[in-house]
Design a protein around this ligand. Structure first.
Ligand code: CU
Length: 291
């Protein structure tokens, strides 16, 4: 009977290691970006490398922590197996009271590992969160406000800078964030009601939106494409539909799309020339529909 239990316990670590080994090829690993835009790739067919340079540094931290945890996992299970198999053969248990050296060792080693992780991740954390570490050329592109149950996006008019308070010529969109590809962009994140979480899985970006606060978040799309925008905080019954899209296009196409949005939203619909109308039609083509 002992051997049944020993084998049962042994199955799980072995299964965990095997599942970890196959997960990248099954698409169960990091969120994948489409191989070709704007089509969404089959699981496992896309690139699990982040489109965001900071996202790749965050992934590196995941790998470092995965290796540390993997080594600890294997060592502890080898130790567990040694005790289980040894114990299965021994008939009388041995009792001893405490071991100071052992206790000091198993306190100091985890403490050292945790200190190492804490210091090792500081620079990446600073780049994500501390404004003096942001890229020098980062451009504020929009204010994104989470509300039950959508993302409201406020852009400055083309050629203007984003202001903290709404301006008469601001442009508005819902669930569709246009950004230029290949350069760092910054959004100001707000919430109108409850706590939401602004999440861009392909960029490895996740930031809570808090009522009463304006939180800057920066990221960069190295490639043009359509990327997922999610709310990752259970914010109410309609949380599931709080999805959007980040549309990254080359800077000239982005400028054209913003100009077209301005033409569409700032027009009063009167005295519109044919040119303007066709421009509006082309905006819809540029911004496209969510796939
Ligand atoms: Cu939400």
């Amino acid at each position: 009977m002992k051997w049944v239990w020993v084998s049962l316990f042994a199955i799980w670590p072995v299964a965990a290691i095997a599942l970890s080994a196959v997960s990248p090829s099954m698409g169960w690993w990091f969120p994948e970006s489409p191989v070709t835009e704007p089509a969404v790739a089959e699981p496992g067919a896309g690139s699990s490398e982040s489109v965001n340079p900071l996202g790749r540094e965050i992934d590196h931290l995941f790998y470092v922590i995965l290796v540390i945890c993997g080594v600890v996992f294997v060592l502890t299970h080898v130790g567990l197996a040694w005790v289980l198999f040894g114990g299965a053969r021994r008939t009388v248990a041995r009792y001893f009271h405490g071991n100071h050296v052992l206790e000091v060792v198993w306190t100091l080693i985890p403490a050292a590992v945790l200190f190492f992780i804490a210091f090792y991740q500081m620079e990446v954390w600073a780049k994500f969160r501390v404004e003096s570490y942001y890229p020098a050329d980062v451009t504020p592109v929009a204010e994104v406000t989470g509300r039950m149950y959508e993302w409201r996006i406020r852009y400055p008019a083309p050629g203007k800078t984003l202001m903290d308070t709404p301006q008469p010529d601001d442009l508005y969109a819902v669930n569709e964030l246009l950004i230029p590809a290949g350069e760092p962009v910054l959004i100001q994140l707000r919430s109108q009601d409850v706590q939401h979480s602004f999440s861009l899985p392909e960029f490895r970006i996740k930031q809570d939106a808090l009522p009463g606060q304006r939180i800057p978040v920066w990221f960069q799309a190295d490639q043009a494409g359509n990327y997922t925008l999610l709310c990752q905080e259970l914010c109410g019954w309609g949380h599931y539909k709080m999805g959007g899209v980040v549309i990254a296009t080359p800077p000239d196409e982005h400028a054209a799309a913003m100009a077209a949005l301005a033409a569409k939203q700032q027009s009063d619909g009167v005295n519109q020339t044919d040119d303007e109308e066709s421009e509006i039609a082309s905006t819809t083509a540029v911004t496209g529909e969510r796939n």
